[in-house]
Design a binder for this molecule. Structure first.
Ligand code: NAD
Length: 356
């Protein structure tokens, strides 16, 4: 088993170092190889995803990714910007299923902006389709309008599209995931207005016939956005397209209080995956030793479970994270009175110690 370790920029290097420390402490048999990505790779090799990094990622069973980006690269041509590395990896590896759990740990209930009783015990999983939809549909661009409300005016347009196989495979991923959890899938669409999402709904309903043990409900995206803040615990697995998933998964992440706690996984059909925290490179706190490494450590646990077949080791990490929270250790982003403030490295050390 081989893990490609791509720390990236900003706090990426700090938080990945802690996750690597935790993985090494498990004493499992796998090789880890590190390569630059994002702004760091642009500095070193003139490209955010150099050929050597891409090659390593392709050969690996899993990729542990930190974060990329810094405002100083915002003026570069788009293909050279750090964020392009993620899009490049998704495309090259066919990573079509994005898993974003939103779990509210008992000890952090107060950190949510919602009332504690609404989020205590929250454990939902958002599965976002990652390669289709309006983000990638062609044609797209700018032109002179020939019809519409202002013929002759400059206009811009994008194309929303989904093919049957794309919907089928993400629906299967969602039903399979629900089978291992609360056995309920909410498929989020906008079938009342969009042809693409009427088709989405029809195909998800067809695929559901193979999963009679899983409950399926359909929900319009506007209602889903509302229900997520009204009654989030009513959800188990949410499956949706690329754009709705992008927005809803960020909304859900805030239910839990801190983005520094949330892992994510992007998988292809060979169970090869890219594992990263849900947050970015946080240039505002980079280098200060205060970033919360738990999202990355929990991403490493997801990696062990989904790509490396090491569910027991994944459980050990997740339990260790709960232990350090129960001990009252907090990085500044989740700190509250009566708890103990620690830095990035101390938090990583505490998780290693709690592995037992
Ligand atoms: P961000 O997620 O980096 O930061 C948002 C806020 O959350 C900041 O105040 C930051 O300090 C805080 N934060 C984030 N992670 C934290 C952690 N682990 N511990 C404590 N606090 C944390 O988002 P942003 O500021 O909008 O973007 C910064 C850069 O990151 C940009 O260049 C952006 O393009 C990039 N970005 C990268 C990814 C990725 O690599 N997948 C995702 C989002 C943003």
């Amino acid at each position: 088993m081989k893990i490609a370790v791509l720390p990236g920029d900003g706090i990426g290097t700090e938080i990945v170092a802690e996750a690597v420390k935790v993985l090494q402490a498990l004493d499992l048999k796998f090789a880890m190889e590190t390569a630059p990505v994002g702004g760091a790779a642009y500095e070193a090799a003139g490209h955010p995803l150099p050929e050597s990094t891409l090659q390593l990622a392709k050969e690996a069973d899993a990729i542990l990714f930190g974060a990329v980006g810094d405002w100083k690269y915002d003026t570069l041509d788009r293909p050279l910007r750090p964020e392009q590395a993620i899009l490049g990896l998704r495309k090259a590896l066919g990573l079509f299923a994005n898993f974003r759990p939103a779990i509210c740990y008992e000890q952090l209930t107060h950190a949510s902006s919602l009332k504690p009783e609404l989020v205590a015990g929250l454990d939902i999983l958002i599965i976002r389709e990652l390669t289709g939809d309006i983000y990638f549909g062609q044609p797209r661009g700018r032109r002179t309008a020939v019809d519409g409300h202002f013929p002759g005016a400059e206009e811009a347009f994008d194309t929303m599209r989904y093919s049957r196989p794309e919907i089928e495979r993400i629906a299967r991923v969602a039903f399979e995931a629900a089978r291992k959890r609360g056995k309920k899938v909410t498929s989020v669409d906008k079938a009342n207005v969009l042809e693409t999402f009427q088709f989405w709904k029809d195909v998800v309903t067809e695929v559901h016939q193979d999963y009679p043990d899983v409950q399926l409900e359909h929900m319009y995206v506007d209602n889903a956005a509302m229900q997520l803040v009204k009654k989030p615990k009513a959800f188990d697995v949410i499956v949706t397209g690329n754009m709705f998933g992008d927005i809803l998964s960020d909304e859900a992440s805030m239910l839990t209080g801190s983005i520094g706690m949330l892992p994510s996984a992007s998988l292809n059909d060979r169970k090869q995956g890219l594992y990263e925290p849900s947050h970015g490179s946080a240039p505002d706190i980079a280098g200060k030793g205060v970033a919360n490494p738990l999202a990355t450590i929990l991403s490493a646990a997801m990696m062990l479970r989904f790509s490396l077949n090491q569910a027991e080791a994944a459980d050990r990490i997740e339990k260790a994270v709960q232990t350090v929270l129960a001990q009252g250790l907090r990085t500044p982003d989740i700190y509250s009175e009566g708890t103990t403030k620690v830095g990035t490295v101390q938090m990583g050390d505490a998780v290693v110690k709690a592995l037992g």
